[in-house]
Design a protein around this ligand. Structure first.
Ligand SMILES: Nc1ncnc2c1ncn2[C@@H]1O[C@H](COP(=O)(O)OP(=O)(O)O)[C@@H](O)[C@H]1O
Ligand SMILES: Cc1cn([C@H]2C[C@H](O)[C@@H](COP(=O)(O)O)O2)c(=O)[nH]c1=O
Ligand SMILES: [Zn+2]
Length: 200
């Protein structure tokens, strides 16, 4: 039975790199894959999965109303797919995560989804929340904070490197806008002195 995998991490942990390696691995063995990424995430171009290591691949960009199951089934019935790979999975809707689960259960196609667990406020994204609830396997990709601990959180910063605590959940950016930190340092950078004293 095919499984739904959620590979989650902070930013700059190697998610896109790992996805592209998995994709290469299937294809070098003559197996066909289908790649999706969020249309809104255009850091490396629209519909492009780009890794900071310098590799990239074209993918189908998904929007809020994209039916991933329909697209994958149409491709699969033309030529069988070995697996479906989804980058920026935090931007999926809960409905789209259900479509991915249905691809596994009804069509027996494994799905590997890669994304952030939480946003700059430490809150779950809709896609990540649904994946944490529905995936067969949760795999953490690890990276390090500046202190050497595991980086699990994503700090949003302004041009001067100061923490941003309020704003829209979605803001496309890279290392100039986000810093991956351990929870302790994320809390230190996002908690105001007044809030600290009120918890004492
Ligand atoms: N030239 C390089 N050589 C080796 N690793 C690199 C290089 N440039 C960036 N990296 C590493 O690549 C990782 C980021 O990979 P990427 O797939 O873009 O991350 P994510 O998709 O999780 O944001 C980081 O761990 C970074 O240290
Ligand atoms: C934390 C956070 C991130 N985003 C955006 C910023 C990037 O465009 C992507 C993540 O890219 P990755 O390096 O491939 O992991 O997500 C956002 O919109 N809101 C946030 O809170
Ligand atoms: Zn730290």
């Amino acid at each position: 039975m095919a499984k739904l995998y959620f590979y989650y991490a902070s930013m700059n942990a190697g998610k896109s790199t790992t996805l592209l390696q998995a994709d290469f691995n299937y294809r070098e063995r003559g197996m066909r894959t289908l790649l999706f990424t969020a249309g809104v995430h255009d850091r490396g171009g629209h519909g492009v999965i780009d890794s900071r290591l310098g590799i990239s691949a074209q993918a189908i960009p998904f929007a809020a109303d994209t039916d991933l199951q329909q697209i994958a089934e149409d491709a699969h019935f033309e030529t069988p797919l070995a697996c479906v790979l989804v980058d920026e999975a935090q931007f999926l809707s809960a409905t789209q995560v259900r479509q991915l689960a249905a691809l596994c259960d009804e069509d027996d196609i494994p799905v590997l989804a890669y994304g952030l667990r939480t946003d700059f406020q430490g809150k779950l994204f809709e896609g990540s929340s649904a994946l944490l609830a529905l995936a067969d396997a949760l795999i953490e990709i690890k990276s390090v904070c500046e202190c050497g601990r595991k980086a699990t959180m994503n700090l949003r910063v302004d041009d001067a490197g100061r923490a941003i605590r309020e704003g829209a959940q979605k803001q496309i950016g890279g290392n100039e806008r986000y810093v991956a930190l351990c929870r302790r340092h994320f809390m230190q950078r996002t908690t105001l002195p007044a809030e600290l004293s009120s918890t004492e």
